[in-house]
Design a protein around this ligand. Structure first.
Ligand SMILES: Cc1cc2nc3c(=O)[nH]c(=O)nc-3n(C[C@H](O)[C@H](O)[C@H](O)COP(=O)(O)OP(=O)(O)OC[C@H]3O[C@@H](n4cnc5c(N)ncnc54)[C@H](O)[C@@H]3O)c2cc1C
Length: 234
């Protein structure tokens, strides 16, 4: 199973759980129009798509004949801080998600602590620039934030001990709290979502997630991924 830790803190995760189909599935979803079917070329060293089938995938991507790319499905488990998940979930078409519910789960919350506190960008839509807080203030702020997270964990734990319903107690948790979900989406959905979140205006942390997803899905469908990323407008 392929697994990445995009934020490098030992908690963040993108895990490949399962997938259906391959590049040949895309080819044959298109070839059914003429009631035809392609097969892989193979020899002792392995199997690969025929040249004409690679060209067909390029043609489909270039001319936005996208439905053949809806047939392959990929299932990932993603562990992400909530403030990033809200952005990731804005892509809605071609994907289904099922999330851990803190109405039912009372595990100690795990929170993301950014290793560097970037400064606001001159251009507001860019989110952050290349500048960071000075080293001394960075260190002090990180200590303050860790203390805040610790206090919140303590309060949350007390509330649960006192019998407060988890569905209400979760209201005190910060947006840095990790959440986890399973998402199953089409190859086309993943190309689209990764295109949006690896773009120049995307938040750096989301870009790291999108790069991990691209590694997984791009590795499973190399010909389609290359063709779609060249031609799909994010
Ligand atoms: C850098 C960046 C900044 C952003 N900033 C903000 C922000 O400030 N505030 C904010 O709210 N969002 C923001 N977003 C989210 C953005 O507006 C989109 O909601 C998000 O990127 C998902 O886009 P999508 O096209 O993949 O959507 P999906 O929901 O996956 O839809 C895919 C496509 O299906 C079609 N579609 C979907 N729903 C409909 C519909 N109801 N009617 C007709 N066609 C439909 C559209 O063609 C759409 O592009 C931002 C996204 C990025 C990448």
């Amino acid at each position: 199973m392929m697994t990445f830790d995009p934020l490098g803190d030992g908690i963040s995760r993108v895990e490949h759980l399962d997938h259906m189909g391959d590049d040949l599935r895309v080819v044959n979803a298109a070839r059914i129009s003429f009631d035809r079917e392609s097969h892989l070329e193979c020899d002792d060293t392995g199997q690969w798509l025929q040249d004409q089938d690679e060209k067909l995938i390029g043609f489909l991507a270039e001319n936005e004949h996208v439905s053949p790319f809806f047939h392959p499905q990929i299932c990932l488990r993603i562990t992400m801080p909530s403030f990033l998940a809200h952005q990731w979930w804005r892509s809605t078409v071609g994907v289904s998600r099922s999330e851990v519910y803190r109405r039912y789960v009372v595990a100690e919350p795990q929170c993301y602590q950014p290793p560097h506190w970037r400064l606001r960008a001159q251009q507001p839509k860019a989110g952050s620039g290349t500048g960071e807080l000075g080293a001394e203030r960075q260190a002090a702020l990180s200590v303050e934030v860790e203390r805040l997270y610790r206090d919140i964990r303590t309060l949350y734990g007390q509330m649960i001990q006192e019998g407060v319903a988890p569905e209400l107690a979760q209201a005190v948790l910060p947006q840095a709290t990790y959440t986890r979900w399973i998402e199953t989406g089409s190859l086309h959905y993943f190309v689209r979502a990764c295109g949006l979140h690896t773009g120049p205006m995307a938040q750096r942390e989301l870009r790291l997630y999108a790069e991990a997803v691209s590694e997984i899905v791009g590795g499973l469908f190399p010909v389609s991924w290359k063709a779609l990323t060249r031609h799909t407008a994010a």
